[in-house]
Write a protein that binds this ligand. Structure first.
Ligand code: BES
Ligand code: ZN
Length: 593
């Protein structure tokens, strides 16, 4: 008997669940999901079956024939939650678990009407990655195990429900004033890709296989922003093979969504902050779409191999961007990633074990280990392999890799073994072992350069001696160029320099949140009061952790900005997702006292 994942109670010696059938009621008043999960095993099982749960109240467990199945909930473990051990009678193929979630389930955010664009109806969405599916459903919550699923979600009128699955119709619910939405997911997915949302939703077709869902108030601007998605899917298909999930839909969530995007299969979940009016942040969509191959088809066996997901996907995202917009755009994207990588090394320290690609996460919460390192160090490792092999050969390798491991979950070691099999000698020539197991950045990391990039960083480096870009030129810069420049501007700055940046870039009025937040971060670090109102607005409306962390961190430099941060957080806290709260609280806790 042995555990297969440091973040799960799933046990090798026990039966594997192969299919899940979920029938639950979404109770917006009590903020719980209640109903039944039927687990179908890969073969007839007997004896112990250990499942992951967190905060779940288990009512009854029974076999298909209605025989009660003995069960026992172990004591709560801080990261993992509670092991639910079923003792299956011999010959068990299916078990039905009646249960209820807790109002504190981390995977769910229940929004008041005031937190939505429409303001009239509540909204619910889930976020299961990395290990929060267990707060929703009793299951083997490890990416090493994949399940197909069917689901029936009952919601109050006039809400509708969507899932990371194919819609299979809807019918009147079991009680007046409710409706049940049905779903079927024929492709096996790891538990972290299970996803649902419910609210007042509308949809617009973007192509025969792509549609955007959003609140009615948002759906038209969303459809305009994402009009190019079919072209993006085709570009990705040319690189990575036919799109394997039939449909690619998008769901634009309310602004408290803690991530930029989440690659839920068939339906990417997105922060509304990617809608800028000029399509300048659709790289988030390129990233989530790329996960359809690198991640959703071939995923990490455990979170210790997370770089396989995010590193491969970040590399793939930039290949899509390059194919769509040219090499210069891709180089700027690598440069923006470089800044994120530097900040992550600063946050953990270059010697931290969390800067390894292949991590040891026993006793570590994956949410605490999360950083840009698997993304940026991982994608640089892929780029190094690409350069060493030559693009054509490497692209063939990536295609073979995806084919060989489709619908499975793999380790770093399995990746390296396949690399050695297909491109013998390559891993040794790039010192793959060091890339995976050493902290910090290997000396043979690929460098991404262009004349344009040097101009922008050179210009920013001369900021300190008073050099400013020409306003007429700045007006022609792309958002990525502006972001690269701003990221390289030193901070803190004197008030006059902040005012100068504002008059050049108008960041206070920016609709592009990457630029807005970078500008506000400079202002916050500089204790520049004219930005405080806008900082408050952003922190009160947006829950994306990528923005909260640097902004709250930058507010830590002065007594006045620290007071501002604490006051804003007190007001914003009830609106933030539980994950966002944790990030902000740890940032505030690191303030000097
Ligand atoms: N899968 C991630 C988001 C995630 C990672 C959620 C780990 C929970 C745990 C998603 O694909 C992602 O990387 N999103 C990025 C987008 C960016 C890299 C373009 C984000 O949210 O910032
Ligand atoms: Zn990702």
């Amino acid at each position: 008997m042995s555990r297969i994942d440091p973040h799960s109670f799933a046990d090798d010696a026990q039966p594997r669940v192969r299919r899940l059938d979920l029938d639950v009621d979404l109770d917006f008043d009590r903020r719980v999901l209640s109903g039944e999960a039927v687990l179908t095993l890969a073969g007839a099982g007997e004896g112990p079956l250990d499942l992951d749960t967190k905060g779940l109240a288990i009512r009854t467990v029974a076999t298909e024939g209605g025989t009660a199945v003995p069960f026992e909930l172990a004591d709560e473990e801080p990261i993992l939650g509670r092991r639910l051990r079923l003792t299956l009678p011999s010959g068990t193929r299916r078990v039905a678990i009646r249960y209820e979630t807790s109002p504190e389930a981390v995977a769910l955010q229940w929004l008041d009407p005031a937190q939505t664009a429409g303001g009239a109806h509540p909204f619910l969405y889930s976020q299961c990655q990395a290990i929060h599916a267990r707060t929703l459903i009793p299951l083997q919550d490890t990416p090493a195990i994949r399940v197909t699923y069917g689901a029936a979600l009952t919601v109050p009128d006039p809400l509708s429900a969507v899932m990371s699955a194919g819609p299979a119709g809807d019918r009147p619910g079991p009680r007046p004033g409710t409706r049940t939405f049905l779903f079927e997911m024929p492709q096996p997915i790891p538990s972290y890709l299970f996803a649902l949302a419910a609210g007042r939703l509308a949809a617009r077709d973007l192509s025969p296989r792509a549609r955007v869902h959003a609140e009615p108030e948002v759906v038209e601007t969303a459809a305009r922003e994402f009009a190019g998605v079919e072209e993006m899917i085709r570009t990705a298909e040319r690189l990575f093979g036919p799109y394997p999930w039939e449909r690619y839909d998008l769901l634009v969530l309310p602004p408290s969504f803690p991530y930029g995007g989440m690659e839920n299969p068939r339906m990417t979940f997105l922060t509304p902050t990617v809608i800028t009016g000029d399509r300048s942040l659709v790289d988030v969509v390129a990233h989530e779409l790329a996960h359809s191959w690198t991640g959703n088809l071939v995923t990490n066996a455990t979170m210790e191999h997370f770089w396989l997901n995010e590193g491969a996907t970040t590399w793939a995202e930039r290949r899509i961007l390059e194919a769509l917009h040219g090499e210069e755009t891709a180089v700027l994207s690598w440069a923006i990633g470089e800044t994120a990588l530097k900040l992550a090394f600063e946050r953990f320290g270059v010697d931290s074990p969390l800067t390894k690609l292949r991590t040891d996460l026993k006793g570590v919460d994956p949410d605490d280990a999360f950083s840009s390192i698997p993304y940026e160090k991982g994608s640089r490792f892929f780029a190094l392999l690409e350069r060493a092999a030559g693009r054509e050969r490497f692209d063939r390798f990536v295609g073979d890799y995806i084919d060989r491991f489709r619908f499975t979950s793999i380790t770093s070691e399995a990746f390296l073994a396949f690399l050695d099999e297909r491109l013998p000698g390559l891993s040794a020539s790039v010192r793959a072992g060091e890339w995976l197991s050493a902290t910090g950045m290997p000396s043979n990391a690929p460098v991404f350069r262009s004349t344009r990039l040097e101009e922008l960083t050179g210009l920013a480096a001369r900021f300190a001696d008073g050099t400013r870009p020409d306003p007429a030129a700045v007006a022609r810069w792309t958002p990525s160029e502006t972001l690269v420049y701003l990221q390289h501007v030193p901070r803190p700055l004197p008030g006059a320099a902040c005012a100068g940046l504002e008059s050049l870039f108008g960041f206070l009025g920016q609709g592009n949140h990457e630029l807005l937040v970078e500008g506000l971060t400079i202002a916050a670090a500089s204790d520049w009061e004219p930005a405080f109102v806008r900082i408050r607005d952003v922190l009160l409306s947006v829950g994306r952790m990528k923005y909260l962390r640097p902004l709250f961190k930058a507010l830590g430099g002065h007594p006045r900005t620290r007071a501002l941060a604490r006051e804003i957080y007190a007001a914003a806290r009830p609106r933030y997702h539980a994950l966002s709260r944790r990030v902000v609280e740890s940032t505030l806790a690191a303030y000097p006292t």
